[in-house]
Design a protein around this ligand. Structure first.
Ligand code: ADP
Ligand code: ADP
Length: 226
C-alpha cells in the first residue's frame, strides 16, 4: 500500500528579495514499510519536501497525501528528526522523549515504560534523568530519534539526522539506526548528503537535483539487511 504520495508539487518561497522556486513538478510514492533515502546537492529542495510531507508547511501547488489523506497539518502518525536534536534543555532526557505524548494529550504515566524501552533500544537509557546538555551530540540525536518514535508513528521522517556528526560516529549511528529500524519497522524517509549512508540504509534511493529541484533518478538498492 502507498503511505506517501507526492504529486506534481511545486514550492515557491516569498522573500524580501523576490521569490525562490525550491521545487518544480515533484512526484514520487513511498510504499508501506519502505526505507527511502533522498540525496542531491545542497539547495535542491530536500528539506522543503520533507517539511511539506511532515505538514510543517503547504506546497504552493500539487498535493501530498499521507495514508490517503491530503496533508494539511502535522500528523500524529508521523515522527520527525531534524539535523539538530532540538531538545529542550531545561527538561530531562525522559521528559524530552515524552513531549509528543504531552502534545497529543495522552497520559504520561502510561507511556513512561515505552519511552524507557526506546531509550534502552537506542542505548541511552542511563541518561534518562539527565539534561540534554550533559550528553554528546550523537547521544542527543539518539534521544531525538526516541522522541520521534515514542507515540509509535507509522511514518518516520529524518532530515540529515547525522549530518553534524563526524564520519566515525555517523557509521556507528547508521548501524544503530538499522538495529532500531529492524526492531520497529517504520516506513522511513531519510535525507542525507552521504551516498554511502543513502545506500547502506535504503531500499530505494531518490536522487534529487535541478533548479528548481525535482527527482532526477530513482535507484533501487537490493542489499541484504544486516
Ligand atoms: P536542501 O535541503 O536540498 O538543501 P532546501 O529545501 O533547504 O534544500 O532549499 C531549497 C531552496 O529553497 C534553496 O534555494 C533554499 O535557499 C530555498 N529556501 C529554503 N527554505 C527557505 C525559506 N524559508 N525561505 C526562502 N528560501 C528558502
Ligand atoms: P535543523 O534541521 O538544523 O534543525 P533547519 O533545516 O530546520 O534546521 O533550519 C534551516 C532553516 O533555514 C529552515 O527553517 C529553512 O526553511 C531556512 N532556510 C533555508 N534556506 C533558506 C533561505 N535561503 N532563506 C531563508 N531561510 C532559509
Amino acid at each position: 500500500a502507498r503511505v506517501v504520495g507526492v504529486s506534481g508539487v511545486c514550492k515557491t518561497y516569498r522573500t524580501k528579495r523576490g521569490t525562490v522556486t525550491a521545487l518544480s513538478d515533484l512526484s514520487f510514492d513511498i510504499a508501506d514499510g519502505e526505507f527511502v533515502t533522498v540525496v542531491g546537492p545542497s539547495g535542491c529542495g530536500k528539506s522543503t519536501i520533507l517539511k511539506i510531507i511532515a505538514g510543517l508547511m503547504p506546497p504552493t501547488t500539487g498535493t501530498v497525501e499521507v495514508f490517503g489523506d491530503t496533508v494539511t497539518e502535522p500528523r500524529a502518525d508521523a515522527g520527525m528528526v531534524f539535523q539538530s536534536p532540538r531538545l529542550l534543555k531545561w527538561r530531562t532526557v525522559l521528559d524530552n522523549v515524552l513531549l509528543p505524548i504531552e502534545i497529543l494529550g495522552l497520559p504520561r504515566a502510561k507511556h513512561v515504560p515505552a519511552a524507557m524501552e526506546l531509550l534502552e533500544l537506542a542505548g541511552v537509557h542511563e541518561f534518562a534523568g539527565m539534561r540534554p546538555g550533559e550528553l554528546s551530540g550523537g547521544m542527543q540525536q539518539r534521544v531525538a530519534i526516541c522522541r520521534a518514535l515514542v507515540h509509535d508513528p507509522r511514518l518516520l521522517l529524518m532530515d540529515e539526522p547525522f549530518g553534524a556528526l563526524d564520519a566515525l560516529s555517523r557509521d556507528v549511528m547508521n548501524v544503530e539506526l538499522m538495529r532500531i529500524w529492524n526492531e520497529r519497522r517504520k516506513t522511513t524517509v531519510l535525507i542525507t548528503h552521504s551516498i554511502q549512508e543513502a545506500i547502506f540504509l535504503a531500499d530505494r534511493v531518490l536522487v534529487m537535483g535541478g533548479r528548481p529541484g525535482t527527482v532526477v533518478a530513482e535507484v533501487p538498492v537490493d542489499l541484504p539487511r544486516p
